[in-house]
Design a protein around this ligand. Structure first.
Ligand code: 2IP
Ligand code: CA
Ligand code: CA
Length: 377
């Protein structure tokens, strides 16, 4: 498992590089931020490019993991499909080839012959990132890659990534929107039980290099399997004082906002973009819980940060199941799992966390959220 962790940290860093390159290199950046106006072909092309950044990152991760762990190959899933239709209506399967030149040639067919952009992207995909040390050499977990599956969200909070607002982060404070909400999420689960056991999160736009070298990222990881619980983030200390702090999507239902504002301390009901970023806020102690009443997140959004929360003694439960549990406290049966689709649904909905969710660090805080919501929802 230490090998798999090291590999995932590396591919997540590579993914973050690709995400940064798309914003830093002018020919790519122009594609990313082009106005969505003009004729239909142009509109479609711009839309394509935004998706292409995601698809390329996901395929790169799938490729690199498959090379080192062939037994995982059929079990590496993600948000995107690699089938791509270019502006000319041709269908292209985006894959990572053996050489940067071949990858560039393939990407150029998707980018309507834009060879400059294709070469820049291919170079980033084939570049070796600086090695990231997990300090996890002694990590032994009784699981083999052939028992595991992977969920990838190549870029979570795409809208913030595209919009690109640069916020200066204040230590210990949550910033509701901006580039820092965009995250690369790679989660590992057990195929037979659906338990999330390993998660890697890379935040490509954490801070600006003070020497003018552009954006620098930050990575987070966690492993949780039986009695083995290790996380790169240390468990935040409990902050004394009344009320819980809660983070929500700004599009959360008014009834949920009202129920929770009665429960939270002053200024402790907060809003932030990105499902992954909101769970990361709980991991870092910037909020105590994240409540989402709708089925608008997917397995690829929650798997990686869920593993980190478990390693810290918390978790992510299905909100609907927890509300229906009568007076019983939420238990591990209500935790989200990652191996079974919603069979009655089609497309992405098959993998939606349909019952909504609550992400928490502390079981007692979870209970104190569920009871009042049960009366209101
Ligand atoms: C989105 C993204 C959104 C989030 C939504 C996710 O993923 O994280 O920000 O909505 O649930 O599915 P909100 O910010 O309102 O929580 P993506 O950007 O990958 O589509
Ligand atoms: Ca997402
Ligand atoms: Ca995404």
């Amino acid at each position: 498992m230490a090998d798999l962790l090291r590999l995932l940290l590396r591919v997540a860093e590579k993914a973050a590089n690709v995400a940064r390159v798309c914003r830093q290199e002018a020919p790519l950046f122009q594609l990313l931020v082009q106005e969505k106006t003009g004729d239909d072909k142009n509109k479609k092309f711009v839309q394509d490019f935004k998706t292409l950044a995601d698809v390329v990152i996901q395929e790169m991760i799938r490729h690199d993991v498959g090379v080192q762990f062939p037994e995982m190959e059929g079990f590496i899933h993600g948000e995107e499909s690699n089938k791509f239709e270019n502006g000319l209506g041709e269908s292209v399967a985006v894959t990572v080839c053996n050489t940067p030149q071949e990858t560039a040639a393939l990407l150029a067919t998707v980018l309507d012959g834009d060879h400059t952009a294709a070469s820049l992207l291919a170079r980033a995909i084939h570049q070796d990132p600086a090695t990231i040390d997990a300090h996890a050499d002694g990590l032994t977990v009784p699981l083999s890659p052939s028992e595991l599956g992977i969920w990838i969200d190549p870029i979570d909070a795409t809208s913030q990534y595209i919009e690109g607002r640069e916020e200066v982060l204040e230590e210990g404070r949550l910033a509701p929107s901006g580039l820092h909400c965009a995250l690369v999420l790679i989660g590992v689960y057990v195929r037979s039980t659906g338990e999330p056991v390993m998660g890697v999160i890379n935040q490509p736009f954490n801070h600006k290099d003070p020497a003018g070298g552009g954006w620098r990222g930050k990575h987070f990881w966690g492993v949780s399997c039986g009695s083995i619980n290790v996380c790169s983030v240390s468990r935040p200390e409990a902050v004394p004082g009344p009320g819980l702090s809660v983070v929500l999507s700004s599009s959360e239902k008014p009834v949920v906002k009202e129920a929770l504002s009665a429960l939270c301390g002053r200024d402790k009901l907060m809003y932030a973009s990105g499902a992954g970023y909101k769970i990361l806020c709980v991991i870092q102690g910037l909020a105590d819980v994240y409540v989402l009443s709708e089925g608008s997140t997917f397995k690829w959004d929650s798997c990686a940060p869920h593993a980190l929360l478990r390693a810290l003694g918390g978790g992510v439960v299905d909100l609907t199941k927890s509300l229906r549990s009568g007076s019983r406290a939420p238990d591990h049966l209500m935790e989200l799992t990652y191996h079974q689709p919603n069979t009655e649904c089609k497309g992405a909905e098959r993998w939606a966390n349909r019952g909504g969710l609550v992400a928490y660090r502390d079981c007692s805080q979870l209970c104190s959220i569920i009871a009042p919501l049960r009366d209101k929802l």
